[in-house]
Design a binder for this molecule. Sequence first.
Ligand code: PEP
Ligand code: MN
Length: 334
Amino acid sequence: MLVVMKNDATKEQVQAVIEEIERMGYRGIAMPGAERTAVCIVGNKGPVDDIRLLTMEGVKEAIPVTKPYKLVSKETVLEPTVISIGNIKIGAGEVIVMAGPCAVENAKQAMTIALYVKAHGAQIFRGGAFKPRTSPYSFQGMGEEGLKILAKVREETGLFIVTEATDNASIELVEQYADIIQIGARNMQNYSLLRRAGQPSKPVLLKRGFAATIDELLMSAEYIMSEGNARIILCERGIRTFTNTTRNTLDLSAIPSIKELSHLPIIVDPSHAAGRREFVIPLSKAAVAVGADGLIVEVHNDPAHALSDGAQSLYLEQFAQLMKEIKLLRKTGV
Ligand code: PEP
Ligand code: MN
């Protein structure tokens, strides 16, 4: 249930409502909006008796929230969430582009790619230092050494950094170096990691698991938000289907579905969806056309020798082409 406060309700009145909700045995979370504050009730198993709340000072009305996820639901927050990182705004209408290699391999590789993608319009640099690989024998990432390289990339290029935390140990390090903490598809339902990412230190990029429904993705986001971190960016990165001409199937309908259900921004990863670089530009254009707030794309200066995901990594010149084509789409107002 959502307790909507009057436009002129005071902070004390909001606090009194939260305390009353706690006396009822639930949790009340204040959700400040552009015009009014609402208090979201979480932790109730059934309907809440709202009579006591409705008679309190400053309370306008009580609205039931029908979805199992409360805080990330559009029923709770009407305006789209905009996440600011420096001068970048994710979810404000502009397509934000995150680009870089699958994994940080060495300083020269990372810097070469970063300078190129920056020169062609990327705002955020991606690169894994902790890699969740399908095989235990594959390259697992450079660890903290990789994070130090990412910090240098930020210092020298001005690009912001997104990089993955794979467990509760690596997140301690990642949050010290990254501007956005990535939670990967394989960890979308790692609830202790989600709770840890909910400590409000840095924005979180939460990728959809490859066998997860939209509701499950939103419940995972709810874990993060219920701990206090409201700065969440969702990411559609392809799901597993019977189709085998691509690594995964990009679920383009996830974007309008999420826009209908949640106020959180949603970006698209065409690289892990396709698994093949030839498809990354067309899928990126499709993602922009259906309303994605951004893209996260793998790019490599030498994909043939990449330590991970070379086949889906764009050549540098292809990244320039991608940016050109996306700009055309934006100009024509698609
Ligand atoms: C990645 O972005 O490097 C990655 C491992 O992606 P995903 O979690 O979507 O597989
Ligand atoms: Mn990858």
